[in-house]
Write a protein that binds this ligand. Structure first.
Ligand code: SDX
Length: 390
């Protein structure tokens, strides 16, 4: 028993670390950030408020939230030299490696935010990452479409600024769509943290060497890029489009998955921890219809997704393996309806996960007991043998 939760001894031995940030019960499909159920935060909170909750441990007072918001707004501008950094990438570079490289480069510009044991420097690194990573992400997008990068507008909050930097152009006023702002804010809340997933464990592992926050988050971005992890939301859209273009019934595709033809998987399905419906996927699915209706999204792909889910959830292959839709199954449809290119879907996941990465890195630095540190192994190689005499 850890005070609030009782675990069976078998589980305790498998746990890589302890943490007070996020609780998941994979069998019951429960997700809580600092004790608050994801369903309540999705309904009542905002991405900025959830970021504060994850990083500082409690919901902010209105004054605390406003101060956090203002501090972030005041740090959105990038060093002009860092802007030059983007010119070094090919036009068709995927934005994820651009994002991880530029975030790592932040440690060369902000030498006063590197000491993991100086509270002020950790605070500066926190605010600079929250402020600048969305700007870097938007610049990576603008670079890929050959459009000029705008300067952030600090009269806007993090989500509004991000949308304007992605879709605004210097030649005309950007009309903010409140439906898109609300939908993106919700999706960012749902991605904000998720216990010791692959990218968060990577952030902790790199940070356990006392590497600075920028370097640790940069490593997490690379882990998230993996198609089995954050890259899945982009892979789901490719899968839905392949089914659409094939014109074949979804049942045929499902058969190929069950026969494991060419290793094909039902992307957006299954989870290392959830052996029940991912509570985030439930929330996204519930709002997907409403959002796509308002944004005029691709209904046919949504219909294919809903049909795929219907077939899979009644098929022994998936039911016996406890494979349910995860957070990535529906999000790509909404991102696409918002106007984001598919290469940006995992970047959006990274922006959402940023407060979780920061919170977990800060927790580990404060409590060495929670450092994953240096795992040991079971040796399965050759027994000792001598070098042959020649
Ligand atoms: C995220 O950890 C997190 O919290 C991650 C995340 C977060 O918020 O950080 O939730 C975000 O990464 C969500 C997952 C996104 N990935 C995908 O949607 C990719 C498709 N999913 C699979 O790759 C897979 O489900 C995993 C990797 C996500 C989880 O794999 P598991 O649970 O460890 O299952 P497994 O690989 O051990 O497979 C068990 C069986 C195998 O079949 P058998 O060998 O028993 O015959 O289930 C099959 C697998 O082949 N299987 C699938 C499948 N996932 C597992 N078969 C078809 N389609 C799938 N998606």
């Amino acid at each position: 028993t850890t005070g609030n939760v009782t675990y069976d001894p078998g589980f305790v031995n498998t746990a890589a670390t302890s943490s007070a940030i996020t609780f998941i019960d994979g069998d019951k499909g429960i997700l809580r950030y600092r004790g608050y159920p994801i369903e309540e935060l999705a309904e009542h909170s905002s991405f900025l408020e959830v970021s504060y909750l994850l990083i500082y441990g409690n919901l902010p007072t209105p004054a605390e939230l406003d101060a956090f918001d203002q501090r972030i707004r005041r740090h959105t501008m990038l060093n002009e030299d860092l802007k030059g950094f983007f010119n070094g990438f090919p036009r068709d570079a995927h934005p994820m490696p651009v994002l991880s490289s530029a975030v790592s480069a932040l440690s060369t510009f902000y030498q006063d935010s590197l000491d993991p044991f100086d509270d002020e420097q950790v605070e500066m690194a926190t605010i600079r990452l929250m402020a600048k990573m969305p700007v870097i992400a938007a610049y990576a997008h603008k670079k890929s479409i050959g459009q000029p990068m705008l300067y952030p507008d600090n009269s806007m909050n993090l989500v509004e600024n991000y949308l304007r930097l992605c879709f605004g152009v210097p030649t005309e006023h950007y009309e903010m769509d409140p439906v898109v702002v609300k939908a993106l804010d919700l999706l960012l809340i749902l991605h904000a943290d998720h216990e010791q997933n692959c990218s968060t464990s990577t952030v902790r592992m790199v940070g356990s060497a006392n590497a600075n926050m920028f370097a640790s988050v940069s490593a997490g971005i690379n882990a998230l890029f993996g198609p089995l992890h954050g890259g899945a939301n982009e892979a789901v859209l490719n899968m839905l489009r392949q089914i659409q273009e094939s014109g074949e019934p979804v049942e045929k595709f499902v058969e190929r998955v069950k026969n494991k033809e060419d290793g094909v998987k039902l992307m957006g399905f299954g989870h290392r921890v959830y052996k029940n419906y991912d509570p985030r996927a439930k929330i996204v699915k519930a709002t997907a219809h409403e959002i796509l209706e308002k944004l005029g999204g691709n209904d046919e792909l949504l219909e294919i997704a809903m049909r795929l889910e219907e077939v899979a959830l009644t098929d022994e292959y998936f039911v016996s393996r406890k494979l349910y839709p995860n957070v990535d199954f529906y999000t790509g449809l909404i991102y696409k309806a918002m106007g984001f290119p598919e290469k940006m879907f995992t970047v959006l996941f990274a922006i959402g996960r940023l407060p979780g990465w920061i919170a977990q890195w800060r927790e580990m630095m404060k409590d060495p007991e929670t450092k994953i540190g240096r795992p040991r192994q079971l040796y399965t190689g050759e027994p000792e043998r001598m070098y042959p005499s020649r």
